[in-house]
Design a protein around this ligand. Structure first.
Ligand SMILES: [Zn+2]
Length: 392
């Protein structure tokens, strides 16, 4: 069976040069067009620019089976999240193995890429949901999106013709090569990567600075892409982080960029996926905190630590930093972790994105132990003048 992965550990690059893309577009006029939604376009772009290395295409059945059952690609390399071009059985009927498809960005009504169809196969959606997400429950936002995506997959190697319009300001829309080049320019040899889908509060700041104590640099890399209702809007996260980094972080050691891909909310599995992506961006260390990429109590607090620990750091190509907590302790009067403070639930106040959302929803200003005052003011002002969270 063919698998669509690079044989080497090099960063994948499937972006066509301008000339090659122009020639391909002429040729592509005669190809069968296949519409992609925004998340599929982003997946295509992440494969093409190497963010999803070693993938060189949308997964075939052999890789999908191995990923779902074992958390590895068919060749044994770690990979935990399906990257498949899902569609309905009906839409797949017009496609044959051997076809070259012109992948079309439906939202922008523009070409996106090319795919040579190697395989068309049925996905066992419920089996994959159970193994990847741990549940079949449609109330889980990642599961609902997966189940609604269609039970048929079109697999094959891809090429990128054209990037979609940026979801974030250009300065923050950087691919793996650009981020690596910036690390090199700054002379950083070791870099901690930090995944988030929220604006920084004091607990995240503590985690980031614990990482920065260990490495030359810190990449704050908020995920910008499809998210569930109630999650923070990308511009709020980026504007807020700019403010936070300006005031409270040493500029020589910190970099901020957006990662444009959908949240999966797959908890432990997604923690591994997030680590592999940051390896591709050139990070040497990656923070896995409490309930990483979790949602609504589906995952045990440190299940992601256990999942990540199933792989060696050599095979991941990045060193996971498995951090506890942190939270505010009334007795200590500072941010602490479960590992270092003995005072327990009576003294601890949880600091989380969920709590921020609740406070802003109630029209409250998050207190100083919770969030830096400039950031609290920024959020309150944004909430008054417009939207802060996705509304569905
Ligand atoms: Zn304490």
């Amino acid at each position: 069976m063919t698998t669509y992965v690079s044989p080497s550990a090099e960063l994948v690059d499937l972006r066509l040069s301008d000339d090659a893309a122009a020639a391909a577009r002429d040729r592509a006029a005669g190809l069968k067009r296949f519409d992609l939604d925004r998340n599929q376009v982003l997946d295509l772009e992440k494969i093409a620019d190497g963010a999803f290395s070693p993938l060189v295409g949308f997964m075939g059945s052999t890789d999908l089976r191995a990923v779902v059952d074992d958390g590895r690609l068919a060749d044994g390399r770690p990979w935990t999240i399906p990257v498949v071009l899902q569609t309905s059985k009906g839409r797949a009927e017009s496609v044959k193995v051997g076809d070259e498809l012109l992948l079309w960005n439906a939202e922008e009504d523009a070409p996106s890429g090319l795919l040579v169809v190697g395989e068309i196969y049925r996905i066992d959606l419920l089996d994959a949901a159970r193994k990847v997400y741990g549940v079949e429950d449609r109330a889980h936002p990642g599961v609902a999106r997966w189940l609604d995506g269609g039970d048929t997959a079109i697999a094959g190697p891809i090429r990128l013709l054209r990037r979609s319009a940026s979801l974030v300001p250009k300065a923050f829309d950087l691919g793996p090569r650009e981020v690596r080049a910036e690390f090199a320019r700054r002379g950083w040899k070791t870099i901690t990567g930090f995944q988030t889908r929220n604006l920084g509060h004091r607990a995240h700041e503590r985690l980031q600075k614990m990482g920065l104590e260990l490495t030359d640099g810190l990449l704050i890399h908020p995920l910008i892409g499809w998210k569930k209702k109630g999650d923070m809007l990308p511009e709020v996260i980026l504007d807020g982080y700019r403010l936070l980094v300006d005031r409270y972080y040493p500029p020589r050691h910190v970099m901020l960029a957006g990662l444009t891909t959908a949240m999966r909310y797959a908890g432990p599995r997604e923690a591994v996926f997030h680590a592999l992506i940051r390896r591709n961006f050139g990070c040497t260390h990656f923070i896995v905190g409490r309930d990483h990429a979790g949602v609504g109590g589906y995952y045990e607090k440190y299940a992601a630590h256990r999942m990540v620990s199933r792989y060696t750091k050599e095979e991941l190509g990045i060193t996971p930093l498995l951090f506890h907590g942190p939270c505010w302790c009334e007795t200590c009067g500072e941010i602490v972790t479960e590992k270092t403070c003995p005072h327990g639930d009576r003294a601890w106040v949880d600091i989380s994105g969920t709590e921020v959302r609740a406070m802003i929803g109630r029209g409250e200003r998050p207190p100083a132990f919770f969030m830096r005052p400039e950031i609290a003011d920024f959020l309150v002002a944004r909430a008054k003048s417009g939207a802060v969270f996705f509304d569905g």
